[in-house]
Design a binder for this molecule. Structure first.
Ligand code: NAD
Ligand code: WQD
Length: 340
C-alpha cells in the first residue's frame, strides 16, 4: 500500500518512514525543507536500503500538491506531519503559523477528497490540552484554551478533520496527540536535525554536553512537584513512529462505527526535568553544566498521558524509556557533530 508522508524529511516523519518501510508500506514524501534537509532521507536509505522520493513542494500550493496525487494515483493513505512547530516563534508570527499549518492541511484534505484517499493520520499535540489539571490526560479530558498560536493550529486542525470526517464517509481519520517526542534511531543514522536552534529539553541537554552550549538552565525548581522541576511525558521517536504504522493498520482493519478517532501517544509516565538531566548523566557518563534558573513563561507544571486507548485499540505499547532516549539522543548528537 502506498502512503504519502507529508513532512517526510522532518524529525518524526523521517523516523516514521523507516517504520512504515520496515512494515512493508511503500512511501512517497513531500517536504518543502523549511525546517529540514533531504539528507534525512539518506539516513532512511542507509537504514532500510530504500530510497524514498521527496517532492520539494510547499503544501500551501494547491496545484503543486494536487500534482503529487496525479503522479501517484495509487496513494491510499496520507500521514500529515508537515507543519511549523515552534511555540515561541508562533507567538511572534501567528499569521505565518495559521497560514502554513491550516492552509497546508486544507489543501491535503482537498486532495484526500478528490482522490478518495482511504486513510488520513494527523500529527496533533498534547498542546491541545492547554494548561490542564487533570492528570494523567485522557482523550476525553476537556481541551483548555491553547497556550500559543501553534497549539491553536492543532486544535483547529483537529476540528477541521472532525467536521470533514462527518461528510467524507469513504475515508477514515485519526489524530495522534504526541506528548514530548525525543531520542533518535538506535543506529544513529537518523535523528533530529532542525534548521532552527533547539529549544526542547533533550537536544538542549545533548548540545550542552557536547560543548555547543556553555551551560543549560533548568527552568524552575520551585514547582509543586516531587523535586521542584516540571514534569513531562517523554516518548521515544521510534515508539512514536511505530504508533503511526499501528494507526494505519487500525484504519485499514477498522471495525468501529466512527471514522474519526483520537489517540494520546506518550509513555504514560511523568519524568521531571531534573530526573531527565540525571538520567542523561547516568547513562552517558557525561558531566552536564546546568544551573537551576527561573521558571519559563507559559510552561505547564506537569502533563503526562493516559495511553490505555492507544494500547487497547492499536495494540501499541512503548518499548523505550528515558534512559534509552538519552542513549540514542547522545549517540546521534556525537555523530552529527562530527558530520558538521
Ligand atoms: P519537523 O519540523 O522536524 O518536521 C515537519 C516538516 O514539515 C519539516 O521537515 C518541514 O520542512 C515540513 N513542512 C512544514 N511546512 C510545510 C509546508 N507548508 N509544505 C511542505 N512541508 C512543510 O517537526 P517534527 O518534530 O517532525 O513534527 C512533525 C509534526 O508533529 C508537526 O506537525 C508537529 O507540529 C507535530 N508535533 C511535534 C512535536 C515535537 O515536539 N516534535 C510534538 C507534538 C506534535
Ligand atoms: C520540557 C521541559 C521546560 C529546555 C513543547 C511544546 C509542545 C510539544 C512538545 C509540539 C519543560 C524544561 C526545557 C531547557 C528546561 N510540541 N526545559 N531547560 O514545552 O513540554 O513542549 O514540545 O507540539 O507543544 O510546547 O517541551 O522540551 O521545551 O520542555 O528546563 O533548556 O524541560 O521548562 O519543563 P514542552 P520542552
Amino acid at each position: 500500500m502506498k502512503v504519502l508522508v507529508t513532512g517526510g524529511c522532518g524529525y518524526i516523519g523521517s523516523h516514521t518512514i523507516v517504520d512504515l518501510l520496515d512494515n512493508g508500506f511503500e512511501v512517497v514524501s513531500v517536504d518543502n525543507l523549511v525546517n529540514s534537509s533531504a539528507d534525512s532521507l539518506d539516513g532512511v536509505e542507509a537504514i532500510t536500503g530504500t530510497k524514498v522520493q521527496n517532492y520539494q513542494v510547499d503544501l500551501c500550493d494547491l496545484a503543486a500538491t494536487k500534482q503529487i496525487f496525479v503522479d501517484h494515483p495509487d496513494i491510499k493513505g496520507v500521514i500529515h506531519f508537515a507543519a511549523l512547530k515552534f511555540v515561541g516563534e508562533s507567538v511572534e508570527q501567528p499569521l505565518r503559523y495559521f497560514n502554513n499549518n491550516i492552509n497546508s492541511l486544507l489543501n491535503v484534505l482537498t486532495c484526500v477528497e478528490e482522490n478518495e484517499v482511504d486513510h488520513f493520520i494527523f500529527s496533533s499535540s498534547c498542546s491541545v490540552y492547554g494548561n490542564t489539571d487533570a492528570l494523567p490526560v485522557t482523550e476525553e479530558t476537556p481541551l483548555q484554551e491553547a497556550e500559543s498560536p501553534y497549539g491553536r493550529t492543532k486544535q483547529i486542525g483537529e476540528q477541521i478533520i472532525r467536521d470533514f470526517a462527518q461528510k467524507q464517509h469513504s475515508s477514515s481519520f485519526v489524530s495522534l496527540r504526541y506528548f514530548n517526542p525525543c531520542g533518535a534511531h538506535p543506529t544513529a543514522l537518523l535523528g533530529e536535525s532542525p534548521l532552527q536552534k533547539a529549544s526542547n529539553l533533550i537536544p538542549v541537554i545533548t548540545e550542552t554536553a557536547i560543548g555547543k552550549r556553555d551551560k543549560m538552565m533548568v527552568f524552575g525548581d520551585d514547582y509543586d512537584t516531587r523535586d521542584g522541576s516540571c514534569i513531562r511525558d517523554y516518548i521515544h521517536v521510534m515508539d512514536l513512529a511505530n504508533a503511526h504504522t499501528k494507526a494505519l493498520q487500525f484504519l485499514i482493519n477498522q471495525k468501529n462505527s466512527s471514522n474519526y478517532t483520537v489517540f494520546n501517544l506518550g509513555i504514560g509516565e511523568g519524568v521531571s526535568v531534573l530526573e531527565a538531566v540525571n538520567a542523561f548523566m547516568k547513562v552517558t557518563g557525561q558531566a552536564l553544566n546546568y544551573e537551576l534558573g527561573p521558571r519559563r513563561p507559559g510552561d505547564v507544571v506537569a502533563i503526562y498521558a493516559n495511553l490505555d486507548k492507544a494500547a487497547s485499540a492499536l495494540g501499541w505499547t512503548p518499548k523505550y524509556g528515558i534512559e534509552d532516549i538519552m542513549k540514542t539522543a547522545w549517540a546521534w548528537e556525537q555523530k552529527r557533530t562530527v558530520k558538521v
